[in-house]
Ligand binder design. Structure first.
Ligand SMILES: [Zn+2]
Length: 104
């Protein structure tokens, strides 16, 4: 039986350098383009949050993850920053305008 971590990393494209985006190869949300990791048949969590927590521990309540690379299907924790919801909203407002989901 695979651990949850093994299942997770099996869905990430062949590991590349820390500077590159780590592409999620499994399901992503059709509307938002965010990568989704199925914890079990009922529950899916945002894959980038899962990856970040593997490296840094639990994300504080009320905080959200901002992709510094602006690639929502990227699960490279080094491309993420924890920010308040307010800040992310301002940043994403601009990113949203030209956003096209790139789902499988
Ligand atoms: Zn990235």
């Amino acid at each position: 039986m695979k651990t949850i971590q093994e299942r997770f990393w099996a869905k990430v494209a062949t590991p590349v350098g820390i500077g590159e985006c780590w592409s999620w190869t499994s399901y992503c949300h059709r509307r938002t383009g965010y990568a989704i990791f199925g914890i079990n048949s009922q529950t899916g969590v945002p894959a980038h949050r899962f990856a970040y927590e593997q490296l840094n521990g639990p994300i504080q309540k009320d905080m959200v993850i901002d992709h510094l690379c602006r690639n929502r299907s990227c699960v490279n924790p080094y491309h993420m920053e924890v920010v308040t919801q307010k800040k992310t909203f301002a940043v994403q407002y601009y990113a949203w305008i030209n956003f096209v989901p790139d789902c499988n």
